[in-house]
Design a protein around this ligand. Structure first.
Ligand code: GLV
Ligand code: MN
Ligand code: MN
Length: 393
């Protein structure tokens, strides 16, 4: 059972006409992926469990001091094939290879499929791992709504889960380290001629919502001087995000926008837009976001419109456990690199020593259908993860 063969099983699940994947938490695609995960794990003789948040863990042995490996199977809308599934499939393939070789772990080993890492449906990233570790209040999480207005509680109930079980997970007390393998996001390993790297840190990041409100009116009959068009402050905010992030070599993105009523011949009454911002450290992040917000407010005021601001989620900077990172980098003779992307490993790192392995991405593209890795690099990543499991378990 190779990682590439396992990934081939998933090729049609959640596939979109544009060649990407839309696999949002609890949708038919992720439900099919959950079944696939349970089936593969059972075939390996692992005991499959699911916590009250929907996180699946397949156990080889039980009890304290466990090593957890894995990732997530959900995607962003129109995402690529590897962000998430590579970490789950390589963990299953590594276990299969180790079992076939006759090796047995000296401590319990779990393969995890975290629920809703991308936050593509309810807006908050790493919801499954945040709930499991107590990083978010379950009452807040269960009240989150998707674009159709359905709450997470209703969605879980519709899938036969009891939302009252959501919240801190008992398995966490048994886990003493977590290792997540992931496709590289960005292009650092290719010029350094390395198929696999070890993560040092994750930048702090946040997701923020702007609610621009104005006055709907007729696109032909309303003179330009008489308008209160919220689209203009939105446009100024997009440019402010570009300017401030560029000036400081940080990241700011407005990748999601909703216009109401959304009619070609009407001035909008409301524009809702989401900012994703990432920076070197917490101070830099809050300074950049405050600057973008100030430009949004100034633009709205000059147009006679208003803007509301809500921080939907913020994640602190993560420095992965230095001892574990050095040990794995030496074991694998692999370079160490930082990442601008978020991961469940960043959430787990606040509770247990955690490490990440990255597999070279020749183009660096991620969160898009072109995301890729060469089969030889996927194999090298799987071999690296097997070595890590042998070393730690
Ligand atoms: C997840 O991949 C993120 O960085 O948003
Ligand atoms: Mn992602
Ligand atoms: Mn991911």
């Amino acid at each position: 059972m190779s990682t590439t063969d396992l990934l081939a099983d998933l090729e049609t699940i959640g596939r979109t006409p544009g060649g990407g994947y839309t696999r949002l938490a609890w949708d038919p695609a992720t439900m099919a992926l959950r079944e696939w995960f349970a089936g593969q794990a059972a075939a390996l003789g692992l005991e499959v469990t699911e916590d009250g948040n929907g996180n699946q863990i397949a156990w080889w042995g039980t009890g304290p001091d466990a090593l957890l490996v894995g990732s997530h199977l959900d995607s962003v809308p129109e995402g690529g094939p590897l962000d998430g599934p590579l970490g789950v499939a390589s963990a299953l393939a590594a276990v299969a290879g180790l079992k076939a070789s006759g090796w047995t772990p000296s401590r319990p080993l779990g393969v995890v499929n975290f629920t809703d890492e991308e936050g593509g449906r309810f807006g908050i990233a790493c919801l499954g791992s945040r709930l499991a570790t107590g990083a978010i209040d379950p009452a807040i999480a269960l009240a989150l709504r998707d674009d159709s207005g359905t709450t997470l509680a209703e969605v879980m109930q519709a899938q036969g889960r009891d939302p009252r079980a959501a919240g801190p997970s008992a398995w966490l007390a048994d886990v003493s380290s977590y290792v997540e393998l992931h496709v590289e996001q960005g292009r650092w390993l290719a010029p350094h001629d390395a198929p696999v790297g070890v993560a040092s840190a994750i930048w702090p990041h946040g997701r923020y919502r702007f609610d621009f409100c104005g006055e709907g009116n007729h696109a032909g009959a309303t003179a330009m001087a008489d308008r209160h068009d919220p689209m203009l402050a939105y446009a100024a905010t997009v440019l402010a995000a570009r300017d401030l992030a560029t000036a400081t070599d940080q990241r700011a993105t407005l990748g999601r926008v909703r216009v109401e009523p959304g009619s070609t011949n009407s001035i909008p009454s409301r524009v809702t837009a989401w900012l994703d911002a990432r920076a070197f450290d917490h101070v830099a992040l809050t300074t950049m976001v405050a600057g973008i917000r100030a430009r949004a407010e100034a633009a709205a005021a000059s147009d006679g419109t208003t803007v509301g601001f809500t921080a939907e989620s913020e994640s602190d900077a993560v420095t992965f456990d230095p001892a574990l990172r050095h040990r794995l980098a030496a074991l694998l003779d692999a370079p160490v690199l930082a990442t601008g992307a978020g991961h469940d490993a960043g959430i787990l790192a606040a509770r247990v020593p955690t490490a990440m392995l990255f597999v070279r991405n020749p183009t660096g593209v991620s969160h898009a259908p072109q995301e890729s890795a060469e089969p030889e690099d996927i194999e090298a990543g799987t071999v690296a993860l097997s070595k890590v499991i042998e070393e730690l378990a």
